[in-house]
Design a protein around this ligand. Structure first.
Ligand code: 5GP
Ligand code: MN
Length: 336
């Protein structure tokens, strides 16, 4: 274990640092990673972000993106960096099964592991953690780590601020979720003062869809949406033939589940997709409904109360049936 003083000492000398984040990085995964990266390089550290998988085009514009390694595409280089690292920052995940084939090499590396995260139930693989489930985004915790733990607010430059703003914006669903506190708005105000151009970041993330994505969205809403009125639940099921028909790329399905949740009476929305030889589920909920509990208990996953995910190797019809069969257990919470 490292205490804060020992970590500050370590960071006062140039280190070999790997920053990694979860499978299929989202805006917070990548924004928090690049925020930390853009901070560390100012201090002379040798830092690299390694993503365990690819990520959508609407996230490839962030400062430092050109230096990100995608593990399956750059295995040799990435493995050497992990093996020789003195510090490995694990951002926006708290269990090594979220980084796929990188799990073994990260576990075995002699590097000290630093977890910065806001998910429930952290596993015990780290040497230092800056962890708070009340944070709306890991990017908020990276801000807190740099500004308050390390006392380095002056290093939050335009690149750091732009990356962290993206993480907070995407994980708070554009400052809408209940954990978007006044503190979050103060952090965001600091990031704008430091150079984040808020309206431009919104444009780059939310107004940069391919034509296919918008047509896919239309298809999902017209043909794949089922509303289970009895349970105030909406389900969108997308099959492999739909993915082929719309030439679906990583990220094209991101956020579609929110349209199902936006129906007035709906408390729980599911997006179930057949992809890469398995079935992936995204759940979103309103208020107190524990979407993460369903993912954890029935679909090998987890996440937050209002946004969670899981997967299954069963067929898609079976997964849909299983999901529906779980709903009666939650009927009271769903219809209140
Ligand atoms: P998404 O539905 O966008 O894939 O994920 C929503 C949230 O659930 C994210 O916070 C993500 O980290 C979490 N999540 C998604 N899939 C999994 C999973 O397989 N395991 C765990 N523990 N969390 C997941
Ligand atoms: Mn996050």
């Amino acid at each position: 274990m490292l205490d804060t003083g020992a970590l500050i000492d370590l960071l006062s000398q140039p280190q070999k640092i790997v920053i990694t984040t979860h499978h299929k990085p989202d805006g917070d995964a990548l924004g928090s990673s690049l925020g930390l990266y853009n901070y560390l390089i100012q201090l002379g550290h040798h830092a690299r972000v390694i993503a365990p998988s690819d990520y959508p085009d609407f996230l490839t514009w962030m400062p430092g993106n050109e230096e990100v390694l995608v593990f399956p595409e750059t295995k040799e280089e990435a493995l050497a960096l992990i093996e020789n690292a003195s510090l490995i920052f694990c951002l926006d995940f708290n269990s090594l099964d979220r980084i796929n084939d990188m799990a073994g090499p990260v576990r075995e590396s002699a590097a000290k592991k630093i977890m910065i995260d806001h998910h429930l139930d952290p596993a015990d693989f780290d040497d230092y953690r800056h962890w708070n489930i009340n944070a709306c985004a890991t990017a908020q915790l990276v801000y807190d780590f740099i500004a308050n733990v390390l006392g380095h607010k002056v290093y939050i430059n335009k690149d750091v601020a732009t990356s962290l703003y993206t993480g907070i914006m995407t994980d708070s669903a554009s400052f809408r979720l209940p954990n978007t506190t006044s503190d979050v708005h103060r952090v965001v105000a600091d990031l704008i003062d430091a150079g984040a151009v808020n309206w431009r970041i919104h444009e780059l993330v939310y107004n940069s869809a391919s034509e296919n994505r918008i047509r896919l969205l239309g298809h999902c809403l017209s043909n794949c949406l089922e509303v289970l009125h009895e349970f105030n639940t909406a389900v969108i099921v997308l099959r492999k033939q739909d993915l082929a028909a719309f030439d679906v790329k990583t990220g094209d399905t991101e956020g579609i589940v929110n349209y199902a949740l936006s129906i007035t009476s709906i408390r729980l929305a599911a997006f179930i997709v057949e992809r890469d030889g398995q079935v992936k589920m995204s759940l979103r909920s309103k208020g107190e409904f524990p979407a993460n509990e369903i993912c954890k208990l029935y679909f090998n996953g987890g996440g937050h109360r209002n946004a969670a995910g899981g997967q299954s190797t069963d067929g898609i019809d079976q997964v849909v049936e299983q999901f529906k069969s779980v709903l009666p257990k939650y009927k009271k919470l769903l219809i209140q």
